[in-house]
Ligand binder design. Structure first.
Ligand SMILES: *[C@@H]1O[C@H](CO)[C@@H](O)[C@H](O)[C@H]1NC(C)=O
Ligand SMILES: *[C@@H]1O[C@H](CO)[C@@H](O)[C@H](O)[C@H]1NC(C)=O
Ligand SMILES: *[C@@H]1O[C@H](CO)[C@@H](O)[C@H](O)[C@H]1NC(C)=O
Length: 232
């Protein structure tokens, strides 16, 4: 074997060694990555336990509008607590309903009049046809002004709201709101908005819950899951 040939053989050997080193390294790296990913995802899953939160509101009530647009939106969207929350929106509030015994036709009288019934029904259609994140975004947008339209909000948020429009156009207001009325009547609320944590309704502390929402939400979450949420 000539010196040159030996060198070449050496370098091929080296090359193979380097190559196998790389292979081992990349397998190790890949394994590390996979492990890291699994750890991350299981942490995500365990920390993403959801606290049930029910929000009972009406569309033309100033306290409801302010709560939805500020405390609730800030907590759920800006603080990103939505992933820790099983949020249910119930747009109904203080409504008197009357069913004519002769015709079985139900008429609703909303606290702020007919317009409020129309708007509550529109919100209910949003709740029925969008996921909860989009519900909050659309509803918060709608509540930003008294003349803000669904089309304007849909355009801003780049959402297709045709199912919402179809729902609102095709069905009567009492039919759309029936489910929300039953849920609201079951609580017999005296203050709008009202909230329930983990399905429990505390009639006497609603004002405190609404005006100190973030503090109360953090405390309720911690009480149930023994976890302090980010931003708490
Ligand atoms: C009204 O509804 C009740 C119960 O659903 C039914 O028994 C009754 O026949 C209905 N009356 C009319 C007028 O449709
Ligand atoms: C909100 O919490 C603060 C501090 O605990 C308290 O002083 C205030 O009265 C609460 N607001 C309401 C409306 O209960
Ligand atoms: C709550 O969590 C803390 C820290 O993670 C732990 O030390 C404590 O034992 C937990 N308490 C309960 C009641 O599980």
């Amino acid at each position: 074997m000539s010196v040159k040939a030996a060198k070449r053989k050496m370098s091929t050997k080296n090359y193979m060694a380097v190559l196998s080193m790389f292979y081992i390294l990349s397998v190790t790296l890949h394994a590390t990555k996979t492990t890291a990913f699994h750890v991350e995802s299981s942490q995500e899953a365990s920390s993403a336990e959801q606290l049930r939160l029910g929000v009972y509101y009406e569309t033309l009530c100033p306290d409801s509008r302010s709560f939805m647009r500020n405390s609730l939106y800030d907590g759920m969207i800006l603080n990103e607590w939505l992933k820790y929350t099983e949020l249910e929106l119930i747009p109904y509030g203080k409504v008197t309903s009357w069913t004519d015994p002769d015709t079985n036709i139900t008429t609703l009288f909303c606290q702020h009049g007919r317009t409020e019934c129309e708007l509550n029904a529109l919100h209910a259609c949003i709740v029925e046809h969008h996921d909860v994140r989009d519900q909050l975004k659309l509803i918060s947008c709608l509540l930003s002004g008294h003349t803000t339209t669904l089309d304007e909000c849909a355009k801003d948020l780049v959402l297709d709201v045709s199912a919402v429009k179809e729902c609102k156009a095709a069905r009567s207001i009492p039919d759309i709101l029936k489910k929300y009325g039953e849920k609201t009547d079951a609580l017999d609320i005296s203050f709008v908005p009202s909230v329930t944590f983990d399905g429990k309704f505390d009639r006497w502390r609603q004002r405190y819950f609404i005006y100190n929402f973030s503090v109360v939400f953090c405390r309720e979450y911690k009480a149930k899951f023994n976890v302090t949420l980010p931003q708490c």
